[in-house]
Design a protein around this ligand. Structure first.
Ligand code: ATP
Ligand code: MG
Length: 412
Protein backbone atom coordinates (compact mmCIF):
# COMPACT_ATOMS: atom_id res chain seq x y z
CA UNK A 1 0.00 0.00 0.00
CA UNK A 2 1.27 3.46 -0.85
CA UNK A 3 2.33 5.25 2.37
CA UNK A 4 0.87 8.54 1.11
CA UNK A 5 -2.59 7.05 1.54
CA UNK A 6 -2.23 6.40 5.25
CA UNK A 7 -3.72 9.33 7.12
CA UNK A 8 -3.23 9.73 10.87
CA UNK A 9 -4.73 12.08 13.49
CA UNK A 10 -2.97 12.15 16.87
CA UNK A 11 -4.61 14.00 19.76
CA UNK A 12 -2.35 14.34 22.78
CA UNK A 13 -4.92 15.42 25.36
CA UNK A 14 -4.61 16.05 29.09
CA UNK A 15 -6.51 12.88 30.01
CA UNK A 16 -6.04 10.63 26.98
CA UNK A 17 -3.86 10.24 23.90
CA UNK A 18 -5.85 9.11 20.90
CA UNK A 19 -4.61 7.98 17.49
CA UNK A 20 -6.89 7.32 14.52
CA UNK A 21 -5.58 5.75 11.33
CA UNK A 22 -7.44 6.22 8.06
CA UNK A 23 -6.85 5.05 4.53
CA UNK A 24 -7.57 7.34 1.66
CA UNK A 25 -8.21 5.67 -1.69
CA UNK A 26 -7.87 7.23 -5.13
CA UNK A 27 -11.54 8.30 -5.07
CA UNK A 28 -10.80 10.28 -1.84
CA UNK A 29 -13.12 8.16 0.34
CA UNK A 30 -11.61 8.11 3.82
CA UNK A 31 -11.94 4.88 5.78
CA UNK A 32 -11.05 4.51 9.45
CA UNK A 33 -8.98 1.36 9.98
CA UNK A 34 -7.42 1.78 13.41
CA UNK A 35 -8.00 3.47 16.75
CA UNK A 36 -5.71 3.61 19.76
CA UNK A 37 -6.42 5.32 23.07
CA UNK A 38 -4.19 5.43 26.10
CA UNK A 39 -4.50 7.39 29.37
CA UNK A 40 -2.39 10.51 29.18
CA UNK A 41 0.25 11.19 31.80
CA UNK A 42 2.67 14.06 31.50
CA UNK A 43 0.39 16.94 30.46
CA UNK A 44 -1.14 19.68 32.58
CA UNK A 45 -3.73 22.11 31.26
CA UNK A 46 -2.93 21.03 27.71
CA UNK A 47 0.86 21.54 27.95
CA UNK A 48 3.61 18.92 28.30
CA UNK A 49 5.11 18.95 31.80
CA UNK A 50 6.86 15.56 31.68
CA UNK A 51 8.47 14.39 28.42
CA UNK A 52 9.04 10.71 29.35
CA UNK A 53 5.48 10.17 30.60
CA UNK A 54 4.04 11.90 27.53
CA UNK A 55 6.20 9.80 25.17
CA UNK A 56 5.05 6.61 26.96
CA UNK A 57 1.39 7.62 26.64
CA UNK A 58 1.81 8.43 22.93
CA UNK A 59 3.60 5.11 22.37
CA UNK A 60 0.75 3.25 24.10
CA UNK A 61 -1.84 4.85 21.84
CA UNK A 62 0.26 4.29 18.69
CA UNK A 63 0.84 0.63 19.58
CA UNK A 64 -2.90 0.00 19.84
CA UNK A 65 -3.66 1.83 16.59
CA UNK A 66 -0.88 -0.02 14.74
CA UNK A 67 -2.11 -3.36 16.04
CA UNK A 68 -5.69 -2.69 15.01
CA UNK A 69 -4.85 -1.34 11.57
CA UNK A 70 -1.89 -3.60 10.85
CA UNK A 71 -0.11 -0.52 9.48
CA UNK A 72 3.06 1.33 10.38
CA UNK A 73 2.55 4.91 11.58
CA UNK A 74 5.32 7.27 10.50
CA UNK A 75 3.56 10.62 10.32
CA UNK A 76 0.54 12.31 11.85
CA UNK A 77 -1.38 15.57 12.14
CA UNK A 78 -1.23 16.58 15.79
CA UNK A 79 -3.35 18.95 17.85
CA UNK A 80 -2.20 21.60 20.26
CA UNK A 81 -3.93 23.63 22.99
CA UNK A 82 -2.86 25.16 26.33
CA UNK A 83 -3.12 28.64 27.76
CA UNK A 84 0.04 29.70 25.84
CA UNK A 85 -2.10 29.92 22.70
CA UNK A 86 -2.83 33.48 21.65
CA UNK A 87 -4.78 34.45 18.57
CA UNK A 88 -5.68 37.74 16.89
CA UNK A 89 -7.01 39.16 13.62
CA UNK A 90 -4.80 41.03 11.15
CA UNK A 91 -5.07 42.59 7.68
CA UNK A 92 -2.77 42.94 4.69
CA UNK A 93 -2.95 45.01 1.50
CA UNK A 94 -1.03 44.76 -1.79
CA UNK A 95 -1.26 46.28 -5.25
CA UNK A 96 -2.24 43.74 -7.92
CA UNK A 97 0.54 43.39 -10.48
CA UNK A 98 -1.32 42.62 -13.71
CA UNK A 99 -4.92 43.63 -12.89
CA UNK A 100 -5.99 39.94 -12.75
CA UNK A 101 -5.33 38.33 -9.36
CA UNK A 102 -3.04 35.30 -9.35
CA UNK A 103 -2.08 32.82 -6.65
CA UNK A 104 1.18 34.74 -6.20
CA UNK A 105 -0.82 37.92 -5.33
CA UNK A 106 -2.79 35.94 -2.73
CA UNK A 107 0.47 34.61 -1.26
CA UNK A 108 1.89 38.15 -1.13
CA UNK A 109 -1.16 39.65 0.58
CA UNK A 110 -1.20 36.86 3.19
CA UNK A 111 2.52 37.49 3.79
CA UNK A 112 1.68 41.17 4.28
CA UNK A 113 -1.02 40.27 6.85
CA UNK A 114 1.53 38.06 8.67
CA UNK A 115 3.99 40.95 8.91
CA UNK A 116 3.10 41.86 12.48
CA UNK A 117 5.53 41.99 15.36
CA UNK A 118 5.42 38.68 17.21
CA UNK A 119 7.64 38.15 20.27
CA UNK A 120 10.60 35.85 19.53
CA UNK A 121 9.34 33.25 22.02
CA UNK A 122 6.12 32.74 19.99
CA UNK A 123 5.55 31.14 16.61
CA UNK A 124 2.66 31.24 14.16
CA UNK A 125 0.58 28.05 14.01
CA UNK A 126 -2.18 29.14 11.64
CA UNK A 127 -2.89 32.03 9.29
CA UNK A 128 -6.51 31.54 8.27
CA UNK A 129 -7.98 33.90 5.63
CA UNK A 130 -11.41 35.21 6.63
CA UNK A 131 -12.23 37.31 3.58
CA UNK A 132 -10.58 39.10 0.69
CA UNK A 133 -11.50 42.55 -0.53
CA UNK A 134 -10.79 43.69 -4.07
CA UNK A 135 -10.93 47.48 -4.45
CA UNK A 136 -14.25 48.21 -2.71
CA UNK A 137 -15.85 44.76 -2.96
CA UNK A 138 -15.98 42.87 0.35
CA UNK A 139 -16.68 39.27 1.36
CA UNK A 140 -14.69 37.47 -1.38
CA UNK A 141 -13.59 33.92 -0.46
CA UNK A 142 -11.48 33.08 -3.54
CA UNK A 143 -10.05 36.10 -5.38
CA UNK A 144 -7.90 34.18 -7.92
CA UNK A 145 -8.91 35.09 -11.48
CA UNK A 146 -10.82 38.23 -10.43
CA UNK A 147 -9.80 41.71 -11.62
CA UNK A 148 -8.79 44.68 -9.51
CA UNK A 149 -5.90 46.91 -8.52
CA UNK A 150 -5.94 46.63 -4.73
CA UNK A 151 -6.12 43.30 -2.89
CA UNK A 152 -6.83 43.22 0.84
CA UNK A 153 -7.09 40.20 3.15
CA UNK A 154 -8.43 39.77 6.68
CA UNK A 155 -6.86 36.83 8.49
CA UNK A 156 -7.04 35.09 11.86
CA UNK A 157 -3.57 34.34 13.23
CA UNK A 158 -2.97 31.71 15.91
CA UNK A 159 0.34 31.77 17.78
CA UNK A 160 1.82 29.60 20.51
CA UNK A 161 4.91 29.39 22.69
CA UNK A 162 7.90 28.13 20.68
CA UNK A 163 9.17 25.97 23.54
CA UNK A 164 5.78 24.42 24.40
CA UNK A 165 5.09 23.59 20.74
CA UNK A 166 8.59 22.11 20.41
CA UNK A 167 8.11 20.03 23.58
CA UNK A 168 4.99 18.43 22.10
CA UNK A 169 6.64 17.84 18.72
CA UNK A 170 9.67 16.36 20.50
CA UNK A 171 7.47 13.88 22.39
CA UNK A 172 5.68 12.81 19.20
CA UNK A 173 8.99 12.41 17.37
CA UNK A 174 10.54 10.45 20.25
CA UNK A 175 7.60 8.07 19.87
CA UNK A 176 8.76 7.54 16.25
CA UNK A 177 6.25 9.74 14.42
CA UNK A 178 6.85 12.86 12.32
CA UNK A 179 4.45 15.68 13.20
CA UNK A 180 3.43 16.54 9.64
CA UNK A 181 1.00 19.30 10.56
CA UNK A 182 0.10 20.98 13.84
CA UNK A 183 -3.43 22.22 14.32
CA UNK A 184 -5.15 24.14 17.08
CA UNK A 185 -7.45 21.65 18.82
CA UNK A 186 -10.70 23.70 18.65
CA UNK A 187 -10.14 24.22 14.91
CA UNK A 188 -9.82 20.45 14.51
CA UNK A 189 -12.92 19.81 16.66
CA UNK A 190 -14.87 22.33 14.56
CA UNK A 191 -13.89 20.38 11.46
CA UNK A 192 -15.55 17.21 12.75
CA UNK A 193 -18.51 18.68 14.64
CA UNK A 194 -19.76 21.79 12.84
CA UNK A 195 -21.67 21.89 9.58
CA UNK A 196 -20.93 24.45 6.88
CA UNK A 197 -24.32 26.02 7.63
CA UNK A 198 -23.49 26.48 11.32
CA UNK A 199 -20.15 28.10 10.47
CA UNK A 200 -21.98 30.46 8.10
CA UNK A 201 -24.70 31.34 10.61
CA UNK A 202 -22.28 32.07 13.44
CA UNK A 203 -21.55 29.67 16.31
CA UNK A 204 -19.15 29.18 19.18
CA UNK A 205 -17.64 25.72 19.47
CA UNK A 206 -16.79 25.01 23.12
CA UNK A 207 -14.58 21.90 23.55
CA UNK A 208 -14.56 21.03 27.26
CA UNK A 209 -11.63 18.63 27.64
CA UNK A 210 -9.88 17.39 30.76
CA UNK A 211 -7.40 20.25 31.29
CA UNK A 212 -8.67 23.02 29.03
CA UNK A 213 -11.80 24.42 27.42
CA UNK A 214 -11.12 25.51 23.86
CA UNK A 215 -13.18 28.03 21.94
CA UNK A 216 -13.56 28.55 18.20
CA UNK A 217 -15.92 31.29 17.01
CA UNK A 218 -17.22 31.03 13.43
CA UNK A 219 -19.14 33.55 11.34
CA UNK A 220 -19.81 33.71 7.57
CA UNK A 221 -17.86 30.47 7.17
CA UNK A 222 -14.68 31.95 8.72
CA UNK A 223 -12.92 31.59 12.03
CA UNK A 224 -13.16 34.96 13.75
CA UNK A 225 -11.78 34.10 17.18
CA UNK A 226 -10.11 31.23 19.03
CA UNK A 227 -9.02 30.94 22.63
CA UNK A 228 -7.96 28.34 25.18
CA UNK A 229 -9.27 28.56 28.77
CA UNK A 230 -7.18 26.66 31.35
CA UNK A 231 -10.24 25.04 32.99
CA UNK A 232 -11.62 21.62 32.02
CA UNK A 233 -13.35 18.48 33.27
CA UNK A 234 -10.50 17.65 35.68
CA UNK A 235 -11.30 20.80 37.65
CA UNK A 236 -14.86 19.50 38.18
CA UNK A 237 -13.38 16.24 39.52
CA UNK A 238 -10.85 18.05 41.75
CA UNK A 239 -13.60 20.23 43.22
CA UNK A 240 -15.60 17.11 44.13
CA UNK A 241 -12.52 15.44 45.67
CA UNK A 242 -11.81 18.50 47.82
CA UNK A 243 -15.42 19.29 48.79
CA UNK A 244 -16.35 15.70 49.67
CA UNK A 245 -12.89 14.77 51.01
CA UNK A 246 -12.65 11.71 48.79
CA UNK A 247 -9.83 10.32 46.60
CA UNK A 248 -9.53 11.72 43.08
CA UNK A 249 -10.38 8.34 41.51
CA UNK A 250 -13.60 8.09 43.53
CA UNK A 251 -14.49 11.70 42.63
CA UNK A 252 -14.06 10.88 38.92
CA UNK A 253 -16.33 7.80 39.29
CA UNK A 254 -19.01 9.80 41.10
CA UNK A 255 -18.87 12.62 38.55
CA UNK A 256 -19.34 10.18 35.66
CA UNK A 257 -21.94 7.92 37.31
CA UNK A 258 -23.95 10.37 39.43
CA UNK A 259 -22.77 13.88 38.57
CA UNK A 260 -25.08 16.67 37.41
CA UNK A 261 -24.74 20.43 37.21
CA UNK A 262 -28.49 20.86 37.81
CA UNK A 263 -29.49 20.87 41.44
CA UNK A 264 -32.97 20.85 42.93
CA UNK A 265 -34.55 18.15 40.74
CA UNK A 266 -36.59 15.35 42.36
CA UNK A 267 -33.91 12.70 41.84
CA UNK A 268 -31.31 14.93 43.45
CA UNK A 269 -32.89 14.42 46.89
CA UNK A 270 -31.61 10.81 47.08
CA UNK A 271 -28.28 9.77 48.57
CA UNK A 272 -25.30 7.72 47.31
CA UNK A 273 -22.49 5.97 49.15
CA UNK A 274 -19.00 7.34 48.62
CA UNK A 275 -15.67 5.84 49.59
CA UNK A 276 -13.78 8.34 51.78
CA UNK A 277 -10.02 8.89 52.03
CA UNK A 278 -7.94 5.83 53.04
CA UNK A 279 -8.76 4.81 56.62
CA UNK A 280 -12.18 6.48 56.68
CA UNK A 281 -15.51 4.63 56.43
CA UNK A 282 -17.85 5.00 53.43
CA UNK A 283 -20.39 7.83 53.77
CA UNK A 284 -23.84 8.74 52.49
CA UNK A 285 -23.90 11.94 50.45
CA UNK A 286 -26.98 13.67 49.00
CA UNK A 287 -26.85 13.98 45.20
CA UNK A 288 -27.79 17.62 45.63
CA UNK A 289 -24.42 18.37 47.30
CA UNK A 290 -22.64 16.85 44.31
CA UNK A 291 -24.73 18.93 41.91
CA UNK A 292 -23.99 22.04 43.98
CA UNK A 293 -20.21 21.55 43.64
CA UNK A 294 -20.32 20.68 39.92
CA UNK A 295 -22.86 23.45 39.24
CA UNK A 296 -20.58 26.07 40.85
CA UNK A 297 -17.68 25.06 38.57
CA UNK A 298 -19.92 24.98 35.49
CA UNK A 299 -21.24 28.44 36.35
CA UNK A 300 -17.69 29.78 36.63
CA UNK A 301 -16.66 28.17 33.32
CA UNK A 302 -19.69 29.40 31.35
CA UNK A 303 -19.26 32.88 32.83
CA UNK A 304 -15.63 32.94 31.60
CA UNK A 305 -16.85 31.88 28.12
CA UNK A 306 -19.58 34.55 28.17
CA UNK A 307 -17.13 37.25 29.26
CA UNK A 308 -14.72 36.38 26.42
CA UNK A 309 -17.51 36.57 23.83
CA UNK A 310 -19.02 39.78 25.22
CA UNK A 311 -15.64 41.51 25.73
CA UNK A 312 -14.72 40.82 22.09
CA UNK A 313 -18.06 42.20 20.91
CA UNK A 314 -18.98 38.85 19.35
CA UNK A 315 -22.33 38.29 21.11
CA UNK A 316 -24.44 39.54 18.21
CA UNK A 317 -22.41 37.47 15.70
CA UNK A 318 -23.38 34.06 17.10
CA UNK A 319 -26.87 33.63 15.74
CA UNK A 320 -26.52 29.84 15.77
CA UNK A 321 -25.62 29.69 19.48
CA UNK A 322 -23.11 27.56 21.37
CA UNK A 323 -22.14 23.98 20.54
CA UNK A 324 -20.51 22.00 23.33
CA UNK A 325 -18.19 19.06 22.71
CA UNK A 326 -15.28 17.26 24.45
CA UNK A 327 -15.56 14.64 27.22
CA UNK A 328 -16.24 17.29 29.89
CA UNK A 329 -19.56 18.08 28.22
CA UNK A 330 -20.96 14.74 29.37
CA UNK A 331 -21.67 15.80 32.96
CA UNK A 332 -25.43 15.62 33.14
CA UNK A 333 -27.22 18.92 32.41
CA UNK A 334 -24.26 20.78 30.81
CA UNK A 335 -26.06 22.09 27.68
CA UNK A 336 -29.15 23.18 29.68
CA UNK A 337 -27.01 24.86 32.33
CA UNK A 338 -24.86 26.47 29.64
CA UNK A 339 -27.95 27.89 27.93
CA UNK A 340 -29.18 29.29 31.26
CA UNK A 341 -25.90 31.17 31.86
CA UNK A 342 -25.11 32.12 28.25
CA UNK A 343 -28.70 33.11 27.41
CA UNK A 344 -28.26 31.81 23.85
CA UNK A 345 -29.32 28.37 22.49
CA UNK A 346 -26.72 25.80 23.57
CA UNK A 347 -26.52 22.15 22.52
CA UNK A 348 -24.21 19.17 22.56
CA UNK A 349 -22.18 18.57 19.35
CA UNK A 350 -21.01 15.10 18.35
CA UNK A 351 -18.58 14.31 15.53
CA UNK A 352 -20.32 13.88 12.18
CA UNK A 353 -20.15 10.19 11.24
CA UNK A 354 -17.74 9.21 8.44
CA UNK A 355 -15.35 6.44 7.46
CA UNK A 356 -16.93 3.60 9.47
CA UNK A 357 -16.61 2.62 13.16
CA UNK A 358 -19.10 5.38 13.85
CA UNK A 359 -20.63 3.55 16.82
CA UNK A 360 -17.34 3.97 18.74
CA UNK A 361 -16.38 7.35 17.34
CA UNK A 362 -19.72 9.12 17.96
CA UNK A 363 -18.48 10.44 21.30
CA UNK A 364 -17.63 14.07 22.13
CA UNK A 365 -14.17 13.09 23.41
CA UNK A 366 -13.20 12.04 19.85
CA UNK A 367 -14.15 15.36 18.19
CA UNK A 368 -10.56 16.66 18.13
CA UNK A 369 -8.84 13.52 16.87
CA UNK A 370 -11.46 12.99 14.13
CA UNK A 371 -11.03 16.63 13.10
CA UNK A 372 -7.26 16.13 12.94
CA UNK A 373 -7.82 13.12 10.69
CA UNK A 374 -10.13 15.16 8.43
CA UNK A 375 -7.62 18.02 8.26
CA UNK A 376 -4.86 15.57 7.41
CA UNK A 377 -7.01 14.00 4.71
CA UNK A 378 -7.76 17.41 3.15
CA UNK A 379 -4.05 18.26 3.12
CA UNK A 380 -3.34 14.88 1.49
CA UNK A 381 -5.88 15.59 -1.27
CA UNK A 382 -4.54 19.14 -1.80
CA UNK A 383 -1.01 17.78 -1.91
CA UNK A 384 -1.79 15.09 -4.49
CA UNK A 385 -3.76 17.60 -6.60
CA UNK A 386 -0.89 20.09 -6.57
CA UNK A 387 1.69 17.39 -7.35
CA UNK A 388 -0.52 16.25 -10.23
CA UNK A 389 -0.73 19.82 -11.46
CA UNK A 390 3.04 20.22 -11.06
CA UNK A 391 3.55 16.90 -12.88
CA UNK A 392 1.50 18.07 -15.87
CA UNK A 393 3.23 21.42 -15.80
CA UNK A 394 6.68 19.81 -15.79
CA UNK A 395 5.80 17.53 -18.74
CA UNK A 396 4.54 20.52 -20.68
CA UNK A 397 7.43 22.79 -19.71
CA UNK A 398 9.94 20.07 -20.52
CA UNK A 399 9.03 20.43 -24.19
CA UNK A 400 9.60 24.22 -24.27
CA UNK A 401 12.75 26.21 -24.89
CA UNK A 402 14.44 27.93 -21.89
CA UNK A 403 13.19 31.42 -22.73
CA UNK A 404 9.59 30.29 -23.02
CA UNK A 405 9.86 28.19 -19.84
CA UNK A 406 10.40 31.22 -17.58
CA UNK A 407 7.48 33.05 -19.16
CA UNK A 408 5.14 30.09 -18.60
CA UNK A 409 6.33 29.63 -14.98
CA UNK A 410 5.21 33.20 -14.32
CA UNK A 411 1.81 32.48 -15.84
CA UNK A 412 1.16 29.11 -14.08
N1 ATP B 1 -19.42 10.11 30.85
C1 ATP B 1 -18.80 11.19 31.33
N2 ATP B 1 -19.43 12.00 32.21
C2 ATP B 1 -18.81 13.09 32.70
N3 ATP B 1 -17.55 13.47 32.38
C3 ATP B 1 -16.89 12.70 31.52
C4 ATP B 1 -17.47 11.53 30.94
N4 ATP B 1 -16.55 10.98 30.10
C5 ATP B 1 -15.45 11.78 30.16
N5 ATP B 1 -15.65 12.80 31.01
C6 ATP B 1 -14.70 13.86 31.37
O1 ATP B 1 -14.15 14.38 30.19
C7 ATP B 1 -12.84 14.89 30.46
C8 ATP B 1 -11.92 14.42 29.37
O2 ATP B 1 -12.38 14.90 28.12
P1 ATP B 1 -11.51 14.76 26.80
O3 ATP B 1 -11.20 13.33 26.57
O4 ATP B 1 -12.22 15.50 25.75
O5 ATP B 1 -10.20 15.56 27.28
P2 ATP B 1 -8.72 15.57 26.71
O6 ATP B 1 -8.77 15.72 25.23
O7 ATP B 1 -7.94 14.42 27.24
O8 ATP B 1 -8.14 16.87 27.40
P3 ATP B 1 -7.75 18.34 26.82
O9 ATP B 1 -8.52 18.52 25.55
O10 ATP B 1 -8.17 19.28 27.88
O11 ATP B 1 -6.28 18.31 26.65
C9 ATP B 1 -12.43 14.35 31.81
O12 ATP B 1 -12.44 15.41 32.76
C10 ATP B 1 -13.51 13.32 32.14
O13 ATP B 1 -13.79 13.28 33.51
MG1 MG C 1 -9.08 17.35 23.97
Amino acid sequence: MNEKNIIVGLDVGTTKVCTIVGIQGGDSELEIVGIGTHPSYGLKKGAVVNIDQTVNSIEGSLKEAKLMSGLEINHATIGIAGSHIYSFNSTGVVAVKDKEIKTSDVDRVIEAAKAVVIPTDREILHVIPQEFRIDNTKGIKDPVGMCGVRLEVHVHIVTGSVSLIHNLVKCVEQAGVTAEHISLQPIASSESVLSTGEKELGVVLVDIGGGTTDLAVWKNGSLIHSQVIPVGGNHFTNDLAVALKIPHKEAERIKIEHGSVLKGSKEQSSHITVQGLPGSAPREIPLNSIAQVLGARAEELFNIVKEIIVDRGLNHEITGGYILTGGGTLVHGMPEFGEYILQIPTKMGLPTPFGGMTNIMQHPKYSTVLGLLLESSKKNIDHSKSSMRKGHQMDFLGKLSDSLRSAFREIF
